[in-house]
Design a protein around this ligand. Structure first.
Ligand code: P6P
Length: 335
């Protein structure tokens, strides 16, 4: 069998999951199956994203999602595909989706897991062929198996996540996830229809010189954010902002950098959603040696009170996030 410590680059996701499961003597395979179900939906969305322009899947539906954002055709398709994969897989008893207001009950009341998901984040970029992504977070239910899941199952602490990850539909399609024992990246091989281990044990640089934020919001930022960004410019750091969170996060994870989405007048609580953007990416960040804060506390320590609540997000290399946090402390000490 494969050596217990390191799995070679090139191993399939399936084989990796089975190997990891064998390291947990009491594992019963449900989380493994859930990860497979998510990967399956990711393969289907990969196909839809890559042919969007060919079969007119681009553009808007003329409808809005719960966020009041115009739904793109692929948003709706991705939401349907992930719901179907999770319902058919049987392991998830409830789903929280960016695309739907309320808890989605899968009917699998014996399912042990809750999945919070942004089926297709950054979808306004689809029509211009810019990378987009799926972000997911997995919790174990806290109510008894066999009963209808409740809001208590869905509003758990970010530190109760049992797994989290994203699928990046970019120049290649990658699945990057963690079950709490480090972060691993799998690249999709279209010819095999398999995700292949390509980035084992991702450890992000402690410092970096890439900063990602929407400079167009400059006038809306508070003084401490402006002071930090001015310092980045003085140091001649590189500004990289795709406008697609998964793409920006992935680049910074591998190369070292910081992503900022501060509160603005338009979005006083920040734009990004806690349950299916902040929490999963903060989980991954900490697993890879990074930091994620809302400006006052670690994102994972934020108390969730509603399914679609928003949060400011500052996430990336510890040296960079700590430098920003010091700016916040200086600003607060003046009052
Ligand atoms: P803005 C996409 O809508 C998204 O949720 C993230 O993927 C992205 O980082 C951010 O919003 C972009 O927001 O306001 O800069 O266009």
């Amino acid at each position: 069998s494969i050596p217990s410590l390191a799995l070679p680059v090139g191993v399939t996701l399936d084989r990796y999951i089975m190997h990891k499961q064998s390291s947990f003597p009491f594992a019963t395979g449900e989380l493994s199956q859930l990860l497979r179900d998510i990967a399956l939906a990711g393969k289907i969305i990969h196909r839809e994203v890559n042919r969007a322009g060919l079969i007119d899947l681009t553009g808007g539906m003329g409808s809005q999602n719960v966020q009041g954002e115009s739904q793109q055709k692929l948003d709706v398709i991705a939401n349907i595909r992930f719901k179907r994969a999770l319902k058919n897989g049987g392991e998830a008893c409830a789903i929280i989706s960016e695309e739907e207001e309320d808890i989605i009950y899968t009917g699998n009341q014996n399912g042990k897991y809750i999945v919070a998901i942004d089926p297709l984040d950054g979808s306004s970029n689809i029509d211009v062929n810019v990378s987009i992504g799926t972000i997911f977070s997995i919790y174990r239910r806290v109510t008894p198996v066999g009963t209808l899941p409740t809001m208590v199952d869905c509003l758990q602490s970010g530190r109760k996540q049992v797994a989290a990850g994203y699928i990046l539909y970019g120049s290649s399609t990658m699945l990057v996830y963690s079950t709490g024992c480090g972060v691993n990246g799998f690249t999709y091989d279209n010819s095999l229809g398999e995700f292949i281990l390509s980035h084992p044990d991702i450890t992000s640089p402690k410092d970096g010189s890439i900063y990602s934020c929407n400079d167009g919001n400059w006038e809306l930022y508070d003084e401490s954010v402006k002071a930090y960004l001015t310092d980045c410019r003085r140091k001649q750091y590189t500004a990289r902002y795709i406008g697609s969170l998964v793409g920006d996060f992935h680049r910074n994870l591998l190369k070292g950098g910081i992503y900022l989405y501060p509160p603005t007048v338009k979005s006083p609580q920040g734009k990004l959603r806690l349950l299916y953007e902040g929490f999963p990416l903060a989980f991954l960040a900490e697993q890879a040696g990074c930091i994620a804060t809302d400006g006052t506390q670690p994102v994972l320590d934020i108390d969730p009170h509603s399914l679609h609540q928003r949060t400011p997000l500052y996430i990336g290399a510890p040296v960079m996030v700590q430098a920003l946090s010091r700016m916040f402390q200086v600003s607060r000490s003046k009052f």
